[in-house]
Design a protein around this ligand. Structure first.
Ligand code: SAM
Length: 226
């Protein structure tokens, strides 16, 4: 039974396409999609041997070896340009997702959609999208097991999406919608930043620039959430 987080992430993969799930671990997401969409084809990428083996086990358990290709390799290097229409990268920090996209940008020809589910540092993902021609089409906040998760969906466009500092931090769509979860999330984030600032102020050599940038974010949070 797939987690709500991965089900929701899977819902943004258009039907009938070829996609890659990078950092697939058990390959639960591509298996779920290919079991319900008989025309879908996937590449499950894994950089680590253990998760790679787990992915192979799941795929053979569900008899999906003809439609899910499990490949061992770093990030987007597991596919060649034009091989996939969409890429899913879920369950990692936003800075790692950004690094994976950055190191694999030579593979992105033909990739019309990126579905990212960062666990932290969502802003890094939005920054990469906005500087590489991916426009944020959808954003979702969801709660599972006491965690609030974000999903960010970017589609390739010829124009660029200019995002303000606030839109990068909160998410342009999430900021528009301001759901209950949005308020919950940013209340948590507000407390986190307060704690960090207090710790930083008591450091032997307080880093003024970092403190100032957290204080600016606190002000933004105050403006948007309180
Ligand atoms: N995507 C699944 C999910 O959302 O439940 C699994 C998330 S798991 C926490 C992260 C996975 O990413 C690990 O299995 C790890 O081996 C893999 N990973 C980390 N860095 C990677 C990279 N550069 N390329 C491919 N896989 C990577």
């Amino acid at each position: 039974n797939l987690s709500k987080r991965l089900k929701e992430t899977a819902s943004f993969v258009p039907p009938g396409i070829r996609f890659a799930d990078i950092g697939s671990d058990h390959a639960y997401l591509p298996s779920y999609i290919c079991l319900s969409d008989l025309t879908a084809q996937a590449i499950a990428g894994e950089v680590n041997e253990g998760p790679f083996q787990r992915a192979r086990e799941t795929v053979s358990f569900y008899n999906l070896s003809d439609r899910i290709d499990v490949r061992l390799g770093n990030g987007l290097k597991v596919f060649s340009p034009g091989e996939v229409d969409a890429v899913v990268i879920a369950g990692m920090g936003g800075s790692l997702i950004r690094a994976i996209l950055e190191h694999g940008s030579d593979r992105m020809a033909g990739t019309k959609r990126i579905i990212a589910q960062p666990n932290t540092d969502e802003r890094d993902v939005r920054k990469w999208f906005s500087t590489h021609g991916y426009v944020i089409m959808d954003e979702v906040l969801l709660e599972e097991n006491g965690h609030i998760y974000e999903i960010i969906v970017g589609d390739k466009h010829t124009g660029r999406q200019q995002l303000t500092g606030k839109q990068l931090l909160f998410g342009p769509r999430l900021l528009q919608q301001k759901s209950d979860l949005f308020y919950q999330k940013w209340e948590q984030e507000r407390k986190k930043r307060h704690r960090i600032i207090e710790q930083m102020k008591h450091a032997k050599v307080p880093e003024a620039a970092k403190i100032a940038s957290f204080e600016k974010e606190l002000l933004w949070i105050k403006e948007e959430v309180e």
